[in-house]
Design a protein around this ligand. Structure first.
Ligand code: C2E
Ligand code: MG
Ligand code: MG
Ligand code: MG
Length: 291
């Protein structure tokens, strides 16, 4: 029977080791492997002037380009990246790629802005502002051209701490946007207290502005509030001309949405910016000719 006990013991140990290695091949290990392989890529969605259509900047939206050729949307991996503590490495990786790709554009057009989504836990972590500053400085890009987008969430409950980080970012020239305003956790006191430069009105209101008079009232209220607090307004998820006209009528100046373009990989995004620029200068030339 001692042999049997040894066999059982070994079997149990082997079983535990097997279970552990299975766990290590799970979704978190997958994230680590993808990070090491550089599979997280920045896509860029243009942010445009609603009146002129001119592209004023872009938002970086991460995509996971897997080896099998599939493209995984952020909502399928950001929550896990956040809960497993991988979001910080991922964010810096995406920013690094985006700075490398957009540097020529950012340096050629000092008014062009690039927005980066940062989760509250990362924003409030030690050394965030310093690391951001170092990366942007190293790329020789102006902090004024970088917008940090923060989503209103529970973590921002410590308003004083969040406001202090926002103030520190602004001291260094960065701009700060409050994302997804109007849905979820959006106390008006927080909108005021954070001291951000702009608010982004969630797609929910853009979807309903053409069908629902109370949405128009809410958007107009947000625009008035933003004006009082010296904040800009960007609308998200504009898909139709009708929505664009309604937003303009409500006083919104800038927006993004499939109407102009979805988030695009770098090559296609820069083609779009180039062709727009050519069209704009073409229009300027023909205007001059008309005069
Ligand atoms: P968000 O920051 O509010 O980004 C806007 C989302 O709306 C993006 O979804 C964008 O593709 C989508 N969108 C823009 N225009 C339209 C439109 O006209 N129609 C429709 N149907 N959708 C539109 P996406 O790229 O799937 O990202 C979802 C969310 O994931 C983002 O919401 C953001 O909260 C998060 N996220 C994306 N990239 C990153 C990242 O690099 N870091 C972090 N922390 N979060 C990210
Ligand atoms: Mg965003
Ligand atoms: Mg948003
Ligand atoms: Mg949103």
């Amino acid at each position: 029977w001692p042999a049997l006990a040894v066999a059982l013991g070994l079997g149990a140990i082997f079983g535990i080791l097997l279970a552990r290695s299975r766990r290590m091949e799970g979704p978190v290990a997958d994230l680590d492997r993808a990070l090491a392989a550089g599979e997280f890529k920045p896509y860029y969605q243009p942010i445009f002037d609603l009146r002129t259509g001119q592209i004023k900047g872009c938002e970086i939206l991460v995509r996971w380009l897997r080896r099998d050729g599939s493209v995984v949307p952020p909502m399928n991996f950001i929550p896990l990246a956040e809960s497993s503590g991988r979001i910080q490495a991922m964010t810096w990786q995406i920013l690094g790629s985006a700075l490398a790709e957009l540097k020529p554009l950012l340096r050629a057009n000092k008014n062009f802005k690039m927005s980066l989504n940062v989760v509250p836990g990362h924003l409030l972590s030690a050394g965030f502002v310093e690391t951001l500053r170092r990366k942007v400085l190293t790329a020789r890009v102006s902090a004024r051209q970088i917008v940090v987008e923060i989503t209103e969430r529970d973590e921002l409950d410590d308003l004083a701490r969040a406001a202090a980080v926002v103030a520190e970012l602004r001291d260094h020239g960065f701009r700060v946007a409050i994302d997804d305003v109007g849905v979820g956790h959006s106390g008006l006191s927080r909108l005021k207290g954070l001291g951000a430069d702009m608010i982004k009105i969630d797609k929910f209101f853009v979807d309903t502005i053409t069908v629902d008079a109370s949405t128009t009232t809410i958007v107009e209220m947000l625009v008035a509030l933003a004006r009082d607090l010296h904040m800009g307004v960007v609308a998200e998820g504009i898909e139709t001309e009708e929505q664009l006209r309604a937003l303009l009528a409500s006083g919104v100046a800038e927006g993004q949405g499939y109407l102009v373009a979805p988030p695009l990989p770098f090559a296609r995004f820069s083609e779009l910016v180039e062709s727009r620029r050519a069209a704009q200068s073409g229009a300027a030339v023909s205007n001059d000719a008309a005069l």
